[in-house]
Design a protein around this ligand. Structure first.
Ligand code: TPP
Ligand code: MG
Length: 553
């Protein structure tokens, strides 16, 4: 078996990935992985994005996979390099992002004998992958070339169904070719067709009838026509911005705030619930759903199990939902409350730059062709709580599979690499610092990402939690302020930097394009107080004092 055998097999493998639909791959430097990386780079239909840090490569691939909906390959060398892909593999597993992880490995004779950079890579990612396969080493014959084509197709189609696939490639020296490869003796199928084509199973939707006084809850993975269905049926649509469904005449944007009010929550209990896609993040919504004593139907295209409270009564991949006939007052009450909440929010937030105001404004102002990538922690919560109903909202993406703050910058750059419109990242300061190396993509890959950084010098979310009372350790070990100068950070990575003083200036900085860190400084304590003020204002709007004092009320 020679280097030529390895390269012939890998050329067929990459050819087949491209025929199936792979358009993007991530690489990182190494020697053992050279045959894999060079074969990907030399496949003209695949764009290769180079990363120094495998954590960045993995998350960049996750972001690109989420934004494009196609499997994205990520290749790395042996040893801890492969282990650094673990967080991205876990995120892909939990969010159903299609990822093809291609790890180079030492050949068997160099395993468990003290050879360098050799760790046990077999099933390295455990149950987090849909499929693991040890590729082995083979001579390039007509039959092995055909076999590796089927292997590429099988890996691609398995990932395409939603989640990561791991192929481990043992590679023996010499790792580079002495002379150019001969033409392919066993080329693929005619007309660029994949060796094995594949149709995704789409079960015929069965009919499900629900009472008129139902609610629809939508998260990531919800179907695009949901707002029309809800509007036709006159059923409130409680849609997380990640669903893309917070639009239309039935959308209720501020369910998180409405359901914080116990009177509202009790008085608006539905007779049925349909959940589409992932469960939204909102805790008040989750708690309310958990208390309801009604049928709850969960419709999820990949059948992901999204029911932490054990209240779902039926799960299906698709259904033809029939609701109604519409009861005007039912949707009308929800919509009127939502409008009252919106007025209370605007009045409380005013014009002063704050975390909720930035989240509200970005979701209102970004054009439909833009993508807003939202970091975990408060940004994702603020976007869910404060984004209004928009006619044509921008697409919203996030790493909500495992809710990590890691890899955020890289994932957003990955989304930018495959998106036509502008990509804006809304992130906290710790999420930014966690993936600073991700900023290298601006200079090394020539990609553009607008970063709106809500800098409250630490983890603002923890001020909302009981842990905030533990004053002896809270600041140093939980909030973890860093005092970093983001302008200096921007300079190190060759990015632009702006610190706008008002919403108009933020809009201008975003419109200017390029990779720019747009810093908005906030205060954690003030942020907590502001959230409480909005909550109180919404409660007051829903329960006007005059009504409460009315005779007989
Ligand atoms: C990889 C990872 N480590 C730790 C956490 C726990 N965690 C959740 S939110 C958070 C703080 C994030 O701070 P920042 O990005 O500044 O956002 P803020 O809370 O200020 O909105 C941390 C550390 C996590 N989710 N993921
Ligand atoms: Mg912060």
């Amino acid at each position: 078996m020679s280097a030529a055998d390895t390269y012939l097999l890998l050329r067929a493998f990459c050819d087949e990935l491209a025929r199936c639909g792979t358009r993007d791959a991530c690489t990182s430097p190494g020697s053992r992985s050279a045959p894999l990386v060079l074969s990907l780079v030399r496949e003209p239909r695949i764009r290769c994005w180079s990363h120094i840090d495998e954590r960045s490569a993995g998350f960049f691939a996750v972001g690109a996979a989420k934004a494009s909906g196609r499997p994205v390959a990520v290749a790395c060398t042996s040893g801890t390099a492969a282990a650094n892909l673990m967080p991205a593999v876990i995120e892909a597993h939990h969010s159903g992002a299609p990822l093809l992880v291609l790890t180079a490995d030492r050949p068997p004779e160099l395993r468990e004998v003290g050879a360098g950079q050799a760790i046990d890579q077999l099933k390295l990612y455990g149950a987090a992958v849909r499929w693991f396969f040890e590729v082995g080493m083979h001579e390039a014959s007509a039959s092995t070339l055909r076999w590796i084509r089927t292997l590429a197709c099988r890996a691609y189609w398995t990932a395409a169904e939603g989640g990561p696939v791991h192929l481990n490639f043992p590679l023996r020296e010499p790792l580079v070719l002495d002379e150019p490869l001969p033409p392919d003796a066993a080329p693929g199928r005619p007309e660029g067709r994949p060796w094995v084509s594949h149709e995704r199973p789409s079960p015929p939707p069965s009919r499900r009838a629900l009472p008129a006084r139902s609610v629809i809850v939508a998260g990531a993975g919800a179907p695009a026509d949901l707002p029309d269905l809800a509007a036709r049926a006159g059923v409130p649509l409680l849609a997380d911005p990640l669903s893309g469904a917070r639009r239309g005449a039935a959308a209720v944007a501020h369910y998180d705030l409405l359901l914080r009010d116990p009177h509202f929550a009790d008085a608006h209990q539905p007779q049925g619930v349909v959940r589409f896609g992932d469960l939204p993040t909102s805790k008040p919504l989750r708690q309310w759903l958990a208390r309801l004593d009604v049928e709850q139907l969960a419709i999820h295209p990949t059948r992901s199990w999204q029911d932490p409270d054990g209240v779902v009564s039926e799960r299906v991949a698709a259904a033809d939902v029939v609701l109604g006939p519409p009861e005007d007052a039912w949707l009308g009450r929800w919509r009127a409350a939502d409008e009252a909440a919106a007025i209370a929010i605007d009045a409380t937030l005013g014009e002063e730059l704050s975390e909720p105001l930035v989240a509200r404004e970005l979701t209102a102002e970004l054009p439909p062709e833009a993508t807003l990538f939202v970091a975990s922690s408060m940004p994702i919560r603020d976007v869910e709580e404060f984004a209004g109903v928009a006619e044509y909202p921008a697409r919203v993406l996030a790493n909500r599979g495992a809710n990590g703050i890691d890899g955020t910058v890289s994932a957003a750059f990955g989304a930018a690499a495959v998106s036509r419109g502008q990509v804006v990242l809304l992130t906290g300061d710790l999420a930014l610092l966690h993936d600073l190396a991700g900023l290298l993509a601006a200079r090394r890959l020539g990609l553009e990402l607008t970063l709106v950084v809500l800098n409250n010098d630490g983890g603002g979310i923890f001020s909302f939690l009981p842990i905030a009372r533990e004053r002896d350790a809270f600041e140093d070990h939980i909030a973890t302020p860093h005092g970093l100068d983001l302008e200096a950070v921007a300079a190190v990575f060759g990015c632009g930097y702006e610190r706008p003083g008002d919403l108009g200036a933020i809009g201008q900085a975003i419109a200017a394009g390029g990779t720019t860190i747009i810093e908005v400084r906030t205060d954690r304590e003030r942020n907590l107080a502001l959230h409480r003020e909005v909550e109180a204002a919404v409660r007051e709007a829903l329960n006007p004092p005059a009504a409460a004092a009315a005779p007989g009320a």
